[in-house]
Design a protein around this ligand. Sequence first.
Ligand code: LLP
Length: 461
Amino acid sequence: MDFFNYRDGRLFAEETDLATLAARVGTPTYIYSKATLALHYDRIAHAFAPLSPLICFAVKSCSNLSVLRVLAERGSAMDVVSGGELHRARLAGVPHSRIVFAGVGKTEAEIRDALGGAALRAAPPPAGAPHPGVSTPLCPDPDPIALFNIESAPEFQTIAAIAKSLNIPCRAALRINPDVDPHTHAYTATGKAQSKFGVDLDRARDFFDRYARHSHLKLTGLHLHIGSPVADTAPYVQAVTKALALIDNLAAHGHPIDTLDLGGGFAADYETGLSPVAADYAAPIIPLLKDRVSRGLRLILEPGRTISANAGVLLTRVQYVKQSGPRKFAVCDAGMHTLIRPALYGSFHFIWPVAVAPQHQPPRRAARLDLPGLETCDVVGPICESGDFLAQDRPLPPLARGDLLAVFGAGAYGMVMASHYNSHPLPAEVLIDGRRATLIRARESYDDLTAHELAPTDVSI
Ligand code: LLP
């Protein structure tokens, strides 16, 4: 089911006409469909139901508070990787007991914040000192988060020391690096031996021998995340198989494991029909884990993209159409500063005008559609770099100044990776619920751009 549809040549998100909406809120704007977020969450929950997992939405993929609230109300827990994401999850109403915290570089301030209000009261940040990661002085949730996903020995030691000094018991999973190839972009492959993430399998036993009996940081879990997006189920099967062998080995040596966090990475279908669906991922994983789960193993999943990517489109307006040498360019008000995925990873996003003639209504989302009268062009942004493109060599209906384009599959790693480069204010975000459209993040102004620079402060020592 798709909630972004053309009707009589006009693109709708649920019951909302996007051309009319863009005239009201301007461009560039990210649009999210509430029904799609809920549907995609439900698909994962349903597919993995036999394993009763704790589904922790990866906040990093789409972190707007209203999006998090939609998912939390649907039953989702949250996976965070920074104090900022933790802050967002809390503001969205998610209790610490439903938050897991990964990330290779957790700072002491972030760790104290994640240990809960009791920790912050016991050791408040020094008054007046810059304290990155903790902007609210007291955390409303008194308890620690559900799980720290530990990436290294020094990180374990740091969290354990803080927890002990504050006398706050908490739980951890060791992130293992299973050394499987997820067949994805090098920048987002995380489960291969040479990546910076986790601890390799050979060192895991030793890690447990050294640290698993700590008085305050209880190490009884394994975590892994092999990469993103992973468009094949085989690497998950390999990773789970290796993790289970390690779990048996650890148990045999006195380290019972009660939690297995499989991370995220399930693909989103950027071209209709090309990616596995939630049930495809679940099918080979369920038989591997069902028995273990029935014997008490708790499963955690951290899906991001598969829930949020196709729940969002980016609306952008063509400013100019120009010919340069052999190439035709549609220069838009969105670019690498708005959606960096094409520039950074060469990612494909389907792009199509929001209003089209009947013969150009797209039958599906694909790089090359065989429709009459298309013209090949590059869809580019205003940024002063040649790498600033949203699409290259893309057959599109003829474009003109003022046309509105929709960039599909932009709900994940879109707004969250947007920047101010060339001093562009960040775009607006709108949540659609049927006919109701809610501005869930106002477009930034030039004053927002400069707000932190207007009062230079003497910090010399
Ligand atoms: N868990 C961990 C530990 C992760 O590092 C990630 C993503 C996820 C879960 C969620 O993965 P997902 O289900 O969304 O694929 N910026 C890149 C993607 C980077 C993913 C980073 N980690 C992109 O635009 O494709």
